[in-house]
Design a protein around this ligand. Structure first.
Ligand SMILES: [Fe+2]
Ligand SMILES: [Fe+2]
Length: 327
C-alpha cells in the first residue's frame, strides 16, 4: 500500500493546499452531498432480484448436480462481463481501505465511506446470488478467481493526493455504471438486465457524489484539481485490471460493446468533463493551464484512437459474420 497518511502528505503545488487542509475545506460539501445522497437513495432488496426458483443443489457436500456450460442461459459476452463486474465489486475491502485511509473515518467523510461500502457490498451479493441461482457461470472457477483477485489486493494508481482519488472515483463510478448497464443489455437474460439496471442506478448516485465534490475542489483549488483530473484521465485503468485473465476478458468486453475506448471517451470521460466545464475553467495559474492543455491534447488523441478501434471492431465483426454465414 503506497498511500501516505493524510497528516504527512506534502504540500501540493504552489497554492499550498495540503490534503489535510483540502479534506477540511471540503467537509461541508461532503456533508451536503451525503445528505442529498441519503435523501435520494432508495432502499432495495437484493434477494428480490434473484430467481431462487431456478436454483438447485450443486455437487459436492449436498450431492446435487455439477455445473456445466449448457446450463448457462446468458451469452458468452454476458458470462465474461458479469464475472469481471462481480470480481471488481468483490474487491471492496481493498477499496474501502484505500478510501478510508485517504479521506479518514471522521465526520461526514467517515459516514460516507462506510455508507458507500455498504451499498457496494449489496452489488456483489446480488450479482453472485443471481449467477449461482441461475447457474450462469462455473461456481468453482468463480470462487477461485475471487480468491486469486482478492489475494492480490488493490493498489490505487491515484494515491498521489486526495484530489487524484476523488477524480478517479468520479470517472470510475460512471465507468462501472455504464459497464453494468451494457452487460445487462447483452447478457441475454431480462432478469440480469433488470438487476444490473438497479445496480447501475446506485453507481450513478455514487458518481454524482464524487463529481460534485470534484466540482467544489475545482472552485477551491483550481490548479491542483485540474492537475489531478489531467493525471487521472491520461492514466486511467479500471480497478479490475488485476483479475486473472483480465486482458483477454477486456478484449471480449471491448469488441462486444460493453466497454471500450469509444464508450470510455463518449459515455464516461466527456459527460463528467462537460458537466464540470473543465475545458472552460478560467482563472488558472501556469500549472493549471498546462494541465488543461495536456488534458485537451489527450482527449483529441483518445477520440482518434477510439475511431481506429471502431474500424477494427467493425472489420472483426464483419469477418465473424461472414464465417457464420459460410459455416
Ligand atoms: Fe458497485
Ligand atoms: Fe459505486
Amino acid at each position: 500500500m503506497t498511500i501516505a497518511p493524510v497528516q504527512s502528505s506534502p504540500s501540493l503545488g504552489s497554492s499550498g493546499w495540503t490534503d489535510a487542509r483540502l479534506i477540511l475545506a471540503l467537509e461541508e460539501v461532503v456533508e451536503k452531498e451525503l445528505n442529498r445522497h441519503l435523501a435520494i437513495a432508495k432502499e432495495w432488496m437484493p434477494h428480490e432480484y434473484v430467481p431462487w426458483g431456478q436454483g438447485r443443489d450443486f455437487d459436492g457436500v449436498l450431492g446435487g448436480e455439477a455445473w456445466s456450460l449448457e446450463q448457462s442461459k446468458v451469452t458468452p459476452l454476458g458470462r465474461v462481463s458479469l464475472v469481471v463486474n462481480l470480481l471488481t465489486e468483490d474487491n471492496l475491502p481493498s477499496y474501502h481501505h484505500e478510501i478510508a485511509t485517504m479521506f479518514g473515518r471522521e465526520g461526514a467523510w467517515g459516514t460516507w465511506v462506510h455508507r458507500w461500502t455498504a451499498e457496494e457490498g449489496r452489488h456483489g451479493i446480488a450479482i453472485r446470488d443471481y449467477l449461482l441461482a441461475t447457474r450462469a457461470v462455473d461456481p468453482v472457477e468463480l470462487e477461485r478467481a475471487r480468491m486469486s483477485h482478492m489475494s492480490e489486493g488493490f493498489e490505487s494508481d491515484n494515491a498521489h493526493s486526495m484530489l487524484h482519488s476523488v477524480a478517479y472515483v468520479a470517472f470510475q463510478e460512471l465507468a462501472t455504471r455504464i459497464s453494468h448497464r451494457n452487460t445487462g443489455k447483452y447478457a441475454g437474460d431480462p432478469l440480469a438486465d433488470q438487476l444490473l439496471a438497479k445496480i447501475a442506478n446506485d453507481e450513478n448516485l455514487h458518481m454524482v457524489f464524487y463529481r460534485n465534490l470534484l466540482k467544489a475542489a475545482l472552485e477551491i483549488a483550481p490548479d491542483q484539481a485540474m492537475g489531478a483530473i489531467a493525471d487521472v484521465v491520461t492514466d486511467f485503468r479500471m480497478p479490475g485490471h488485476g483479475i486473472p485473465g483480465f486482458e483477454r476478458a477486456a478484449a471480449q468486453i471491448a469488441i462486444g460493446g460493453v466497454y471500450n475506448l469509444r464508450i470510455h471517451h463518449d459515455d464516461v470521460l466527456q459527460p463528467v468533463l462537460r458537466h464540470l466545464r473543465v475545458m472552460e475553467v478560467t482563472g488558472l495559474g501556469p500549472e493549471g493551464l498546462l494541465a488543461q492543455d495536456r488534458l485537451g491534447a489527450f482527449l483529441d488523441g483518445l477520440d482518434a484512437q477510439a475511431t481506429k478501434f471502431e474500424e477494427r471492431q467493425a472489420a472483426l465483426l464483419a469477418r465473424r459474420e461472414a464465417r457464420r454465414n459460410a459455416g
